[in-house]
Design a protein. Structure first.
Lengths: 111, 115
């Protein structure tokens, strides 16, 4: 029940295309759903996050879509660029408890 | 945000030795964590470093193998003891800069290779 399932494992997208990464969770007590971006040799960095009281959050080219009833959330990267090539982790947490990370998605954007 | 410095950034170690990783944060934080990330894998929480008391370890991790110190609100160390090749991994320090937000900041990691 503590798992966060992330797919796909890897993704190749053409420059200018839309990258979509999906995550699903079981624990309905989770109340914070962040996405982290990690470049090779670096630590993960928070990209965007959402709380379950909204269904969508957009920051620039990055959008989180959240479906509370389905217990799913996804990251959309619009107009994907080669500089977006990185590993993306979804995560979920609730106050006072540890953050649970998805398995990660390796995104490669072809120029 | 919080700026986190980790040392060493990488090291090659011999089997049976121990290595201590340092984590320094540029501001006082309540929550500090140590994660392990094996090559191409996700992040696994080792323990929560508690200031002034013993660290809280996750299932599968024990104090004898991964002793942790947290002498103040800006600094922590993780020691990987009696290393074996299976300990080859990236070790990451993380903090929750604003309490109970869930937002984590990470250091750049310490890449250990055990021969």
């Amino acid at each position: 029940q503590q798992q966060v399932k992330q797919s796909p494992q890897s993704l190749i997208v053409q420059k200018g295309g839309i990258s979509i990464i999906n995550c699903a969770y079981e624990n309905t007590a989770f109340d914070y759903f962040p996405w982290y971006q990690q470049f090779p040799g670096k630590g993960p960095a928070l990209l965007i996050a959402i709380r379950p009281d909204v269904s969508e959050k957009k920051e620039g080219r990055f959008t989180i879509s959240f479906n509370k009833s389905a217990k799913q959330f996804s990251l959309h990267i619009m107009d994907s660029q080669p500089g977006d090539s990185a590993t993306y982790f979804c995560a979920a947490s609730q106050e006072g408890f540890k953050t649970i990370f998805g398995a990660g998605t390796r995104l490669f954007v072809k120029a | 945000s919080a700026v986190i410095s980790q040392k060493p950034s990488r090291d090659i170690c011999q089997r049976g030795t121990s290595l201590t990783i340092q984590c320094q944060v540029d501001s006082q934080v309540t929550m500090m964590f140590w994660y392990r990330q094996q090559p191409g894998q996700s992040l696994t929480l080792i323990a929560t470093a508690n200031q002034g008391s013993e660290a809280t370890y996750e299932s599968g991790f024990v104090i004898d193998k991964f002793p942790i110190s947290r002498p103040n609100l800006t600094f922590s160390t993780l020691t990987v003891s009696n290393m074996s090749p299976e300990d080859s991994s990236i070790y990451l320090c993380s903090v929750e800069h604003r309490v109970d937000t869930g937002e984590l900041f990470f250091g750049e990691g310490s890449r250990l290779t055990v021969l």
